[in-house]
Design a binder for this molecule. Structure first.
Ligand SMILES: Nc1nc2c(ncn2[C@@H]2O[C@H](COP(=O)(O)OP(=O)(O)OP(=O)(O)O)[C@@H](O)[C@H]2O)c(=O)[nH]1
Ligand SMILES: [Mg+2]
Length: 330
């Protein structure tokens, strides 16, 4: 029997994947259990969620105890999305942060320069996206907290050094490290349909130093040793400002959000400080983001934008498109 999960359930599930603490995960699991359609087809999933809830409640206690005295690598989410910059040693991760964000990580031409994660904000038009630089991943080493970052990320930028003969093997090792921990760098994000312990995370491969004459050949070799991997590939030479700007655009496009501006009835429209929402979000999703109470009392909205007539009245389920100006009426 099919589970027939609702869009609301899928949204709760996505929030669960993106949760950063055990406490947040408990709240999300409770919401998922509330929203899951109760019938035979979901029996298995309901039982699974209940077990997880029990385990996660226990984790809340251990997390609290563990956080006392030890150094935490938790980085609060900020901006329209969180992008983890990942890869083998010397692959250009810190240089990407350096070029695209306000952060100033150490960039050096030798491996293992970065020892700790570092966030930075990347501007794209009137939006900011969070990028997080990470220490290198090798076949023998993966900092445990990086796994958590990746599993809850909106996007992974997997760096591949176009100038290094070791890049194909080393990039494959990075993928394997995550696969071994039930984490699939993938073309989409969400839980695996067959096994909810496996998480897929949307990933793009970024080939740095792509002006190297042998970069193409190294990439071909990578595809040969990893025929199972079919991720989008972006090539970039970070010395070239145009290539840097194109990388910025492609990272923003990959997080797949739309902007919505809100205005009060009777007030002029100002296209500043947009809310950002996953593409496909509705007027109701926007209202929830503005304020939970507003969502409860929402009657309708009026929209000015490219997909509607000016000031058109729409309902909760209306889908927002990029740069919509929205008046929420309660
Ligand atoms: N010319 C050029 N140099 C690059 C490019 N990408 C990275 N580099 C250089 O490669 C070296 C290593 O870059 P980093 O950004 O420090 O590499 P990393 O992945 O952060 O390395 P670890 O922190 O050791 O894991 C630096 O000298 C960078 O300037 C590129 O696209 N073009
Ligand atoms: Mg680095």
């Amino acid at each position: 029997m099919p589970a027939n999960l609702t869009p609301q359930y899928h949204k709760a599930e996505d929030a669960y994947r993106r949760a950063q603490t055990a406490e947040e995960r408990v709240a999300c699991l409770e919401e998922m259990l509330r929203l899951i359609p109760k019938h035979k087809g979901t029996d298995h999933l309901q039982a699974d969620l209940k077990t997880r809830l029990k385990e996660t409640r226990a984790e809340v206690q251990t997390e609290k105890a563990a956080s006392k005295g030890t150094r935490s690598f938790r980085i609060p989410r900020q901006g329209a999305g969180t992008v983890i910059v990942l890869g083998a040693p010397n692959a250009g991760k810190s240089r990407i942060l350096n070029e695209l964000t306000n952060a100033d990580p150490e960039v050096a031409n030798y491996p293992f320069t970065t020892r700790e994660p570092l966030p930075g904000m990347m501007s794209w038009e009137d939006v900011k996206v969070q990028l997080i630089d990470t220490p290198p991943v090798t076949d023998s080493h993966l900092e445990p907290y990086i796994l958590g970052y990746v599993r809850s990320a909106d996007l992974v930028v997997l760096c591949f050094d176009g100038s290094s003969d070791d890049a194909p093997e080393q990039t494959s090792d990075v993928l394997t490290q995550f696969e071994d921990r039930k984490t699939q760098l993938s073309t989409w994000s969400g839980f695996d349909e067959d096994d909810m312990s496996i998480v897929h995370v949307k990933t793009i491969i970024v080939v740095t130093r792509s002006d190297d004459p042998d970069a193409g050949e190294r990439l071909t070799f990578f595809k040969e040793i990893r025929p199972d991997v079919d991720l989008p590939i972006v090539t970039v030479e970070l010395d070239n400002p145009e290539a840097v700007e194109s990388l910025r655009d492609q990272i923003y496009a990959a997080i797949d959000v739309v902007r919505a501006y809100t205005k009060k009835p009777g007030k002029p429209a100002e296209y500043v400080d947009p809310f950002t929402l996953p593409a496909g979000s509705t007027v109701e999703d926007l209202a929830i983001k503005v304020h939970r109470d507003l969502a409860d009392s929402l009657k309708h909205a009026r929209i000015w934008g490219s997909a509607t007539q000016d000031g058109q009245t729409v309902g909760r389920e209306h889908i927002i498109v990029d740069r919509d100006m929205v008046e929420l009426h309660t």
